[in-house]
Each structure stands twice: as structure tokens, then as C-alpha cells.
Design a protein around this ligand. Structure first.
Ligand SMILES: [Zn+2]
Ligand SMILES: [Zn+2]
Length: 168
């Protein structure tokens, strides 16, 4: 979805994007409601973005569909400003700023970027996910494996020794 910058009316435009886009070979559905306003040479894009992405649980490695919801608040400056002296000023004032060149603003690439930035680093299929046994690799969500009884957390090993010594 491309916005033709000279066509943006004074009051701005509301954009509703519902699409399946592909990023890094993985397709995912996005739904974004954005308001695009042009003020002078700057273009403000504000709104909300929801994406359904395939995540992999960092504990049990199972793949699951996760929702990413991102508030969008980006200011686009004409790329010509990059050459100007005020560039550093802009950079420190606004964290979410970007540049456009020519007459077009590509909202899809903005949305892709926002999704990529907001994908959780260590997703969990469930807050209570037990993960895989580090010893035999069994999925502990399905059933406890036979080694879970024998293996004691190393932090408790010292305590166990002490208790044993006392008993003897
Ligand atoms: Zn999991
Ligand atoms: Zn095991």
C-alpha cells in the first residue's frame, strides 16, 4: 500500500490495511488502522497495527500463532533533510523517525519493520510452559520424563548432601 504524498488532503487520510505480507519467507496477516497527516514537509503516521505471526516457543520449541500489537507513531522527514545540518537534532528528538524520498510513502515496508521490531525475543507458548528436559529432550508439558526424578537442580545439590550427612 503506497501513499501518494501530494494527494494527502489537508485533514489527512485514514487508512485501513488488511493484508497478508511476507517477511523473511514467513507470511503473516496484518491489520492496521492508520492516520496519515502531512504537516509541512513532514508526514505523521499514527495508529495501531496488529499482526498474527508464527512464533517458536523458547522453552519447548513448539510453533504457535502469536499476536503482536503495536502502536504506530512515526514521523517521516524528506530524505533531503539528511544532508542538512539539523539531522542530528531530529534524530535525538524523535525516536521513531524515518525518511521518505520522492512522492511515495510505502506503508507496507513501515508495517513490516514495526512487526519485526516487536516480535518477542523469547516467546512462550504459555506462561506455564515446562519446556524440554535438558537431559532427554522430552516435552515436559506432555508428561514428566524418567530422568526428572534423578536429576536435581545443581543449586539444591549442596543442600541435599548436607541433609544426607545429617541423617548418617
Ligand atoms: Zn512452550
Ligand atoms: Zn528427561
Amino acid at each position: 500500500m503506497k501513499i501518494i504524498i501530494p494527494d494527502i488532503p489537508k485533514e489527512g487520510i485514514d487508512v485501513d490495511i488488511q493484508e497478508t505480507i511476507t517477511s523473511d519467507g514467513a507470511p503473516f496477516a496484518i491489520h492496521a488502522r492508520l492516520k496519515v497527516v502531512k504537516i509541512g514537509s513532514e508526514i505523521m503516521v499514527k495508529g495501531n497495527l496488529k499482526a498474527e505471526v508464527e512464533l517458536q516457543c523458547s522453552r519447548c520449541l513448539k510453533k504457535f500463532a502469536g499476536d503482536v500489537s503495536v502502536p504506530v507513531d512515526v514521523v517521516y522527514h524528506p530524505v533531503e533533510e539528511l544532508k542538512g545540518e539539523d539531522y542530528h537534532e531530529i534524530e535525538s528528538e524523535e525516536l521513531d523517525s524515518d525518511f521518505y524520498s520522492g512522492d511515495e510513502l510505502d506503508l507496507i515496508s513501515l508495517l513490516k519493520e514495526q512487526v519485526a521490531l516487536n516480535i518477542p525475543m523469547k516467546p512462550l507458548c504459555n506462561d506455564l510452559c515446562r519446556g524440554l528436559c535438558p537431559n532427554c529432550g522430552a516435552d515436559l508439558n506432555e508428561s514428566p520424563c524418567s530422568c526428572s526424578m534423578k536429576n536435581i537442580d545443581p543449586r539444591f545439590e549442596e543442600l541435599r548432601k548436607l541433609l544426607k550427612e545429617r541423617k548418617e
